[in-house]
Design a protein around this ligand. Structure first.
Ligand code: IPE
Ligand code: IPE
Ligand code: MG
Length: 241
């Protein structure tokens, strides 16, 4: 495995991926879009392995957005069933690798009960794992997350003058989650698509033309090399040599 050129002291703590391009991958081979989603499973598992190779401790992947309900009913149904089966088939091996699984998103009535059950089981099974946290953003929207945080704050009766950034952060879906250092989006689209709007404020963004089903750990390594060439300033000035 080639992780040449990666500085082990500069590994991003948290990498967030937008797994995009499944439909186009399938269309290029004359297959139905759903075959592209199925082919994305191997990409996900290889990316998890790559993250483990590098010592990344948080990996968040965008699996289904609050806007993806707009897709044809057949595709939505497929995605629900596919994600349920993926959790069932893969959670033991993720557990063995020391991966703690969590989910970000609204657990609302639109998510089938069986999917919610698999999520709860996966969380319970892997709760004490320490090697890496795999967050699956499912029925996730960045705006919805902020709305949900504001609702929770207002309903707790906090006076307006006590609301600050720390308080909002504490009411996001996973208050323990560090902000992503690096966000990688596949398929040549240069947008955020309502992903982690609060958390990505100072993340480095890397875009690749690779379609998600073709993405492998080597592509993750390449994104990390690109990340390590960037200089993060967080609004300050260039660090002095
Ligand atoms: C990403 O691939 C997977 C989901 C959004 C669930 P797409 O299905 O968006 O694939 P493209 O962008 O249409 O190629
Ligand atoms: C973002 O991809 C959501 C996921 C990868 C789950 P989309 O394909 O839904 O985003 P747009 O529609 O191209 O912005
Ligand atoms: Mg897409």
């Amino acid at each position: 495995m080639d992780i040449d050129g990666i500085d082990p002291r500069g590994i991003p703590r948290h990498v967030a991926c937008v797994m995009d391009g499944n439909g186009r991958w399938a269309a290029r081979q004359g297959l139905p879009r759903t075959d592209g989603h199925a082919a994305g499973e191997e990409a996900l598992l290889d990316t998890v392995e790559g993250a483990l190779d590098l010592g990344i401790t948080w990996l968040t992947v965008y699996a289904f957005s609050t806007e993806n309900w707009r897709r044809p009913a057949d595709e939505v149904r497929y995605l629900m069933q596919f994600n349920e089966s993926l959790l069932t088939r893969r959670r033991d091996e993720l557990h063995e690798r020391g991966v703690r699984m969590r989910f970000l998103g609204r657990r609302d009535w639109r998510v089938p009960e069986r999917v919610l059950q698999r999520m709860e089981e996966s969380i319970a099974l892997t709760a004490n794992n320490k090697v890496m946290t795999l967050n699956i953003a499912f029925n996730y929207g960045g705006r919805a997350e902020i709305v949900d945080a504001v609702k929770a704050i207002v309903s707790s009766g906090v006076p307006a003058e006590r609301v600050d950034e720390r308080m909002i952060r504490r009411h996001l879906y996973d208050p323990d989650m560090p902000d992503p250092d690096l966000m990688v989006r596949t398929s040549g689209e240069y947008r955020i698509s309502n992903y982690l709007l609060w958390e990505l404020a100072y993340s480095e963004l890397v875009f690749t033309d690779v379609l998600w089903p073709d993405f492998r750990r080597e592509d993750l390594f390449e994104a990390v090399r690109e990340y390590q060439r960037r200089e993060r300033r967080f609004g300050g000035v260039e660090s002095q040599a």
